[in-house]
Design a protein around this ligand. Structure first.
Ligand code: HAM
Length: 428
């Protein structure tokens, strides 16, 4: 019996990697333009870190974490998201002392034991950003616009929904109102919502049951119950989004699956991926640093994009976006003597930056030309006994099929320079 990958864990095969690299390179470039620097944090953390930040009564912590006792018996967890780990590192290393406003990004795998389906995996990858130390609403808009720009540069169309979840000053009163609303409809909502109305009432608004959703159309909306500070922050965030011409819709019932959010929350959504509609999501978490034992009054905001979903969407909406993998030159040597001559030439060309392939097995010309086709070679340099005798190789342009003779008598440096020029001209 062969061993297969775990359910919900996926290999990213060489053909797909090109798309992944394109997505990642686009995001990294944009993160840098916005002043972000990369931070790399461990995959394994103490379980307590996630329980304390994401919230004990969330789906993630209640039933989706890969948690296990390590060999010392300490409970450890494979990170289900990146924010908690980045904040742990921020606090542990006193990063705010180095720079009062930290703009950090991280890219890597996350783990959640969810039911796998299209766009939903148990090991998935996020590109996420966090800004710590600034609570200005223009920052909220700047970050959202950065997410929007990533999608725009990838050629993807999504929509943006925003909401405000208030703060510890205004949310409790709203929560009480919502609990009272739910209690009055107890008989008409599903068991899960009945349970959640006790443990995590805001989450009921996210219930997938259409019957429950019908009830919730009349539910109180948090944006109607914001304190003056939160209301002003939300107003300024929207105003700043308008300044940047980022189109959004306010969804007053958008709640998030993680408990740490305050004020602005947002989701970049698509209807092209079935049930998994969010390609990116995030929001403000002004109390989280303190909650994790760090400085008081240390505001934070961030978001994460799901790379699997971006890659899927890219294959649907902009399949031609990634540059095709190609080889600059395939060197077809025929016979041992030609191979001995071209083997160091290939190495020299690679040292000079060209993408060069060569057959090492002494295959026939026909077979080598097939390999050159497969490698999408721009040029093939053909060198057999006959060419060696004449002191000239044949350089074939694989697009135009034109061939030219190339002198072998000069230095290898001169031959390299000629080949590099030919490739550069073709690329123009
Ligand atoms: P999240 O909404 O849980 O937020 O995840 C962010 C994104 O990760 C989702 O919008 C989705 O694209 C992707 N994602 C989540 N779960 C899966 C899965 N099982 N399979 C594939 N993709 C998935 C967070 O994780 C927050 N840490 C975001 C954040 C950063 N908030 C502030 N800073």
């Amino acid at each position: 019996m062969t061993i297969q990958a775990l359910k919900g864990f996926k290999d990213i095969l060489p053909d797909e990697v090109r798309v992944w690299q394109h997505v990642e390179a686009t995001a990294r470039d944009i993160f840098q333009r916005f002043g972000f620097t990369e931070i790399r944090v461990p995959i394994l953390e103490k379980t307590e870190l996630f329980a304390r930040s994401i919230g004990e009564a969330t789906d993630i912590v209640e039933k989706e974490m890969y948690s296990f006792p390590d060999r010392n018996g300490d409970s450890v967890t494979m990170r289900p998201e990146g924010t908690a780990s980045v904040l742990r590192a921020f606090i542990e290393h006193g990063l705010q002392a180095k720079l009062p406003v930290q703009r950090l990004y991280t890219i890597g795998p996350m783990f959640r034991h969810e039911r796998p389906q299209k766009g939903r995996l148990r090991q998935f990858h996020q590109m996420s950003v966090e800004v710590l130390g600034l609570d200005h609403p223009r920052l909220d808009a700047e970050l959202i616009a950065m997410g929007w720009l990533i999608l725009e540069e990838l050629g993807l169309t999504t929509s943006l929904q925003i909401n405000s979840l208030g703060c510890p000053a205004c949310r409790p009163a709203y929560k009480d109102g919502l609990v009272a609303f739910l209690a009055a409809r107890k008989e008409h909502i599903c068991e899960d919502c009945q349970r959640r109305s006790q443990t995590n009432p805001l989450r009921v608004l996210d219930c997938k049951s259409s019957h429950c959703q019908e009830q919730y159309t009349a539910a109180p909306a948090i944006i109607d119950h914001l304190c003056p500070g939160c209301a002003e922050h939300f107003r300024k965030t929207k105003e700043s989004l308008d300044l940047l011409a980022v189109p959004y819709a306010v969804n007053p019932f958008m709640v998030r699956g993680l408990d740490y959010y305050t004020r602005t929350t947002f989701e970049l959504i698509t209807d092209a991926l079935g049930a998994q509609s969010a390609v990116g999501a995030g929001g403000r978490y002004d109390g989280l640093v303190e909650q994790l034992g760090g400085a008081k009054n240390m505001p934070g905001i961030g978001f994460a994009m799901g790379m699997e979903r971006l890659v899927l969407l890219l294959s649907q909406q902009n399949a031609g976006a990634c540059p095709e993998a190609a080889t600059d030159l395939f060197v077809a040597a025929l016979g041992e003597e030609a191979a001995v001559q071209t083997f160091p030439l290939v190495h020299l060309l690679r040292r000079k930056g060209l993408q060069v392939a060569m057959d090492l097995e002494g295959k026939s010309l026909k077979s080598q030309m097939k390999q050159a086709d497969r490698a999408k070679a721009r040029f093939v340099l053909i060198l057999g006994e006959e060419e060696l005798a004449k002191g000239e190789a044949v350089l074939r342009d694989m697009d135009s099929k034109e061939q030219q003779q190339v002198e072998l008598a000069g230095s290898q440096e001169a031959l390299c320079a000629m080949l590099i020029t030919a490739v550069a001209q073709r690329k123009q």
